[in-house]
Design a protein around this ligand. Structure first.
Ligand code: HEC
Ligand code: HEC
Length: 433
């Protein structure tokens, strides 16, 4: 296990450089692989005539990411091409339909909740509650809503689910899950689709997005459109990115010192939050190995047994090998300053506390039902040895984490809520995007 883990780590460490190299050849080459929009949509093609398929391949002959229209975040030059499934080529019409669906509370059976309520643009597509609440207020989700920053690159989804290979299947779960109920589609999907059909805006949006389908209003097409919107959530334009691209004024001295700490063997952060996305488990065009990996970072050690609270055991929930206890995916740290509270259960309130958590090498819970010292957990990752930092160095590390905020992404006009329930971040006006 130790050997395999360190071999994986070596690979992960080198990914940052590798990703940059892959990008240079993959981006803008027009060879977007499965991302090429001209491929006919295999599901809706049943009703397509020859004429419409000819039109579709000539009109949409380039990958969305080769020519991102204004109002959407561009694919940065140092990012690889995201993978796009052949069954769901990425088009602007689908992204736009997906945006309306994403922010529409009519998408939940009792009209109380939209995806965008838990994933708000001003908070990098998460929310400020520790634990999510779906359409049934008495049933609180065990986990914290995740940021959707760069989800197009995830090799896995959710805090610890090893069985979700793509966004389409992740969305299916959100619509149909019953424990907890998120949007409540189970057995009532035709009722919700009928609701959408009655809205003239949706008639146009569905027909534009799935122009060769005889009836575009299907569950699969709702899932395709939502996944398409999510693939447009590209974020790689932070101060850190500008600095790496050569603008030496983009990072303050403090953030530059924090960057050195982040990438040091003393702190080890980059081993798990590495590569272009500051995360683990990325997948993209041209990748050699997609690393779906999970770690226990010493948040709990109930009664000294290494246990996590029963409703949040991480990977163990899917495979009860003891060493899977408390293992979660290391999420992206891009836009992390906007996504508090932190961790799978929202149990850490601020970035200062996150830094203290890692400095201690695990969390001490002195009393109560979860008491125990995470630092002594038998399942804790060996990379969490703890470290001593001056208050000044902690502030530098925090400045660096703050430099990963990407206002071009947060303020992108075409990623905002069309219904106005979640206004754009108030800094956007001042930044003039
Ligand atoms: C009630 C709040 C809530 C709603 C509504 C909601 N989500 Fe989430 N979302 C969450 C939570 C909580 C998680 C983490 C789930 C877990 O780990 O079990 C999550 C995780 C995700 C992820 C995984 C992100 C990653 O990096 O792995 C995606 C993608 C996602 N949601 C998309 C959606 C979409 C699309 C919708 C609407 C169809 C939606 N969510 C509706 C709370 C919500
Ligand atoms: C052993 C791998 C590992 C190392 C090393 C590591 N992390 Fe993490 N990090 C994780 C995992 C796994 C999670 C999610 C854990 C959970 O929710 O239980 C996480 C969560 C976080 C979060 C919260 C993310 C969110 O969206 O809520 C932040 C912030 C963070 N880490 C920063 C850091 C910093 C800063 C360092 C270096 C001091 C670091 N990490 C080192 C694996 C690691």
């Amino acid at each position: 296990m130790g050997q395999i883990a360190s071999a994986t780590l070596a690979l992960v460490t080198s990914t940052f450089l590798l990703a940059i190299t892959v990008t240079l050849s993959a981006c803008g080459s027009g060879s977007g692989g499965t991302g090429i929009v001209g491929q006919s949509d295999s599901v809706s093609s049943t009703s397509s005539s020859e004429v419409s398929s000819v039109t579709s391949s000539s009109v949409n002959s380039v990958s969305y990411f080769d020519e991102v229209p204004e109002g959407y975040p561009q694919l940065p030059a140092h990012f690889p091409d995201p993978k796009v499934p052949e069954s769901n080529p990425l088009t602007v019409a689908k992204i736009e339909l997906g945006r309306f669906l994403f922010f529409d509370r009519n998408l939940s059976i009792n009209k109380t909740r939209s995806c965008g309520d838990c994933h708000q643009p001003a908070k990098a597509f998460t929310e400020d509650k520790a634990l999510a609440v779906g359409i049934t207020p008495d049933q609180i989700h065990a986990r914290n809503s995740m940021s959707l920053t760069n989800v197009a690159y995830n090799a896995g989804f959710n805090w610890a689910n090893p069985n979700l290979p793509d966004l389409e299947r992740q969305v299916h779960g959100v619509l149909f899950n019953e424990a907890p109920i998120e949007l409540g589609w189970s057995d009532v999907e035709s009722q919700i689709l009928d609701r959408l059909k009655e809205d003239t805006t949706y008639v146009k949006l569905f027909n534009d997005a799935f122009f060769d389908a005889s009836d575009p209003f299907t569950v699969a097409n709702v899932e395709r459109a939502l996944a398409s919107f999510e693939r447009a959530l590209i974020s790689g334009n932070s101060a850190f990115d500008l600095f790496e691209a050569g603008d030496k004024t983009a990072l303050s001295q403090s953030a530059q010192k924090g960057k050195e700490l982040f990438f040091s063997e003393q702190l080890e952060c980059f081993h798990c939050h590495g590569g272009f996305n500051f995360s683990q488990a990325v997948d993209h065009e041209g990748i050699v190995l997609n690393q779906l990996d999970f770690h226990n970072n010493g948040l709990y050690n109930i009664a000294g047994n290494g246990d996590y609270p029963a409703n949040n055991t991480g990977l163990w929930e899917f495979n009860s090998t003891p060493s899977n206890m408390g293992k979660f995916r290391a999420p992206t740290l891009r836009n992390i300053a906007l996504t508090a509270p932190y961790m799978h259960d929202g149990s850490i309130a601020s970035l200062d506390e996150v830094i203290d958590h890692y400095a201690r090498g695990g969390r001490l819970i002195a009393e109560g039902e979860y008491s125990g010292d995470g630092n002594l957990s038998p399942y804790k990752s060996e990379l969490l040895a703890g470290f001593i930092l001056s208050e000044q160095d902690k502030a530098h590390l925090k400045s660096f984490l703050e430099s990963l905020t990407d206002w071009v992404f947060i303020c992108a006009a075409n990623l905002q809520d069309p219904y106005g329930n979640h206004p754009m971040h108030n800094r956007c006006a001042e930044l003039n995007f």
